[in-house]
Ligand binder design. Structure first.
Ligand code: ATP
Ligand code: MG
Length: 332
């Protein structure tokens, strides 16, 4: 249903041009749940904003590639048309509900406004639907809660309200960008469960963005790992955990925060920092940090995203020297 091909997004900054997304391909099937994982600055949010048509123009520009939703090209679509599609076709949940909710408007009025704008519900129907939505996302006493202001709700409850608003117009595609990062661990699990139930029961397609592989593990059928504006590994989530083959993915897996301990800094186990997308590397962007880099090739030539030898057809990796797939028989 969503097909992204060769997407390239640039930012013009005072320090020059930054290629934030560098040739991303991504295909989401109807009803699937897909994860997009990577460190800060890898281009996850910019990819999402490009899908939403919400890139901060003119600083940011799509300079190549295409984004098709049910066959309709979104790149270059006039803003008025994009606006109409937002909410009704694609909707997004952001990390911090406090910045996306209006602090001076009761939450009920915010949901009603969305419904009236897109679905032209009359006031009473919109109110009834708002109560249903709040109930669906697990807000206790939904009709009384309509009058609450965002600051009167806990962080988890605010995120539930954001999900209610996002699904109000039954979008086909829901994008959640770090929806649980600001929440503590137990609430995090509840919100992820709610997201999974939402897309499942309403037949939506989900793109879940996070820096935390632990988050995609319980939610996503397929996972894409992004590094420096590129997808470097893609696989069914179980296969990715069983046989991570890009050395960046392996590092990410070793740095999954443990639920029972203090949250470690992400990627404590990989030395160095990601290159800035403007560094103009020719080879693999991970080469400077890679424990398995080959002397010439990795510096000189970007490896294509290709089927991992010995793995299923759905497991792709962009690496000249990927970690081998463990032999199932040997480990059995
Ligand atoms: N407003 C901006 N102005 C200039 N450059 C930007 C801007 N927003 C993003 N970028 C560039 O795009 C790159 C990708 O940013 P993006 O927000 O997509 O990262 P991300 O993967 O979502 O990271 P995070 O996990 O921190 O949210 C950044 O490294 C930065 O170089
Ligand atoms: Mg982001």
């Amino acid at each position: 249903m969503l097909e992204i091909a060769g997407l390239e997004v640039e930012f013009r900054t005072q320090r020059g041009v930054v290629r934030a997304v560098d040739g991303v391909d991504l295909a989401l099937e109807v009803g699937s749940t897909t994860g997009l994982v990577g460190e800060s600055g890898s281009g996850k949010s910019v990819t999402a904003l490009a899908i939403m048509g919400l890139l901060p123009e003119p600083a940011a520009r799509v300079i190549g590639g295409s984004i098709r939703l049910d066959g309709v090209e979104l790149v270059g679509m006039p803003e008025a048309q994009l606006r109409r599609r937002r909410g009704s076709e694609v909707a997004m949940v952001f990390q911090d509900p406090m910045t996306s909710l209006n602090p001076v408007m009761p939450i009920g009025a915010q949901i009603v406004e969305t419904l009236r704008a897109h679905l032209r519900h009359d006031r009473r129907a919109a109110r009834r639907r708002a109560v249903e939505l709040l109930d669906f996302v697990g807000i206790p006493g939904p009709s009384e809660r309509l009058a609450s202001y965002p600051h009167q709700l806990s962080g988890g409850m605010r995120q539930r309200v954001m999900i209610a608003i996002a699904i109000a117009c039954e979008p086909k595609l829901l994008i959640a960008d770090e929806p649980t990062t600001a929440l503590d661990v137990t609430i995090q699990a509840q919100i992820l469960e709610l997201l999974r139930r939402t897309v499942d029961e309403r037949g939506m397609t989900l793109l879940l963005i996070t820096h935390d592989l632990g988050v995609v593990a319980g939610v996503c059928d397929r996972t894409n790992v992004m590094y420096a504006g590129k997808v470097v590994e893609r696989a069914p989530t179980a296969a990715l955990f069983r046989a991570p083959s890009h050395h960046y993915t392996r590092g990410l897996l070793q740095s999954i925060p443990r639920l029972d301990g203090p949250r470690k800094t992400i990627l404590a186990s990989i030395e160095g920092l990601p290159p800035r997308p403007s560094d103009g590397l020719r080879g693999c962007p991970f080469a400077p940090r890679c424990p398995a880099r080959l002397d010439d090739r990795c510096w000189d030539e970007m490896p294509p995203l290709e089927r991992l030898p010995g793995a299923t057809a759905a497991h792709l990796v962009a690496c000249w020297n990927p970690a081998p797939v463990p032999d199932e028989r040997a480990s059995a």
